[in-house]
Structures are given as structure tokens and as C-alpha cells.
Design a protein around this ligand. Sequence first.
Ligand SMILES: Cc1cc2nc3c(=O)[nH]c(=O)nc-3n(C[C@H](O)[C@H](O)[C@H](O)COP(=O)(O)O)c2cc1C
Length: 177
Amino acid sequence: MKKGIILYQSKYGATEKYAKWLQEKTGFARMETKKASLSDVLPYDTIILGGGLYAGFISGLNFLKKHYGKLKDKKVLVFAVGATPYDEKYIATCKDAQMKDELASLPLYYCRGAWDDSKMKPFHRFIINMGRKMMQKQKDPSMASMAEGLMGSAGQAADWTDESYLAPILAAVQEGT
Ligand SMILES: Cc1cc2nc3c(=O)[nH]c(=O)nc-3n(C[C@H](O)[C@H](O)[C@H](O)COP(=O)(O)O)c2cc1C
């Protein structure tokens, strides 16, 4: 396997868990996206960037938006970690909204994360409660799927992290090696 690096941004630990599993399985380097600079990633042939999903935004994706011009000859894979149950439509919606222009040609993978209301920062809890109220009124199916993830776990702790979500990412890493 060629050299690679896993960049990750995780607020509550689910993306970090996936990044660690990926590191074990690939032997790649691993670094928090917010600590990484372009010079840290340039030596690698493969870059896997993973981020927690927050209000539809993939944490740390700005790193790629900023530097993609200098990374476009590399294999770049992106994964998002969210509470929403796996749903192709929801993933496509996130991708269309977040990965435009140069990033549109990159694949977006999805791994289901974790949820614990009791560990949530007060500001996040406030946003989530507002979101739950808004989503109860939504008829859009992709929002309904997200609502199921967020509302279904209201007041509970849930951990959906599972190594099997990494299979398509690992297959893509191996492709062409
Ligand atoms: C304020 C807030 C917003 C969130 N927004 C989304 C979202 O838009 N879509 C989703 O699937 N999950 C959403 N989640 C759930 C997180 O993505 C999930 O808990 C994930 O495991 C977080 O990954 P991390 O622990 O690596 O940061 C949200 C959670 C919080 C606290």
C-alpha cells in the first residue's frame, strides 16, 4: 500500500474512532485536520479526510477547499460521520451542498457515529432542540431520515460506530495499488 495520511476532525470522538481504525488497517499516518498544514500532507499519495457532521457541514472540509488545487493529483477520499441512519439520498444531499466545484469529483463516504445528549455542550444541545422542533414540521424525506437519527436518540446515548462502514473506503484505498 502506498503512503497515506488520515486527517480527521472530531468533537465528541466518533470520527476519531474511525480515524484510528483506518490507521490500524492501512498503516497510514493520522493527524487532526486543525493541526495540519499543506506541507504535512504533500508527502503522501493518499489523503483520507474525515469529519463529524454538524448541521450538514463536514468538519474540517475547509482544509480541502483551501488546498485542493495543490492536492488534486493525489487520491483524496472524504468521509462524514453523522447520527443520521445510512441513507444514500442524505449523503448525496450533503455532498451536493458541501462538495462543489473541484471537490465535486471526489467520493463522499458515510460512517454512522454516536450520540450522547448528556455529554453535549450546552450550545449544541440548544441547537439540537431547535433542530428537532424544525424537523418535526419537515416533509422532505432526507430531513425525515435525519430527524429519525436525531429525534430517535433524544435524551439517550447511542453508539452506532462500526468498522464495517470503513469497507468502501478501504476498497478505494486499495484500488490501483
Ligand atoms: C449541534 C449538532 C449538529 C449535528 N448535525 C448533524 C447533521 O447535520 N447530520 C447528522 O447526521 N448528524 C448530526 N449531528 C450528530 C453528529 O454528527 C454525530 O454525533 C457524530 O457522531 C459526531 O462526530 P464526532 O464525535 O466525531 O464529532 C449533530 C450533532 C450536534 C451536536
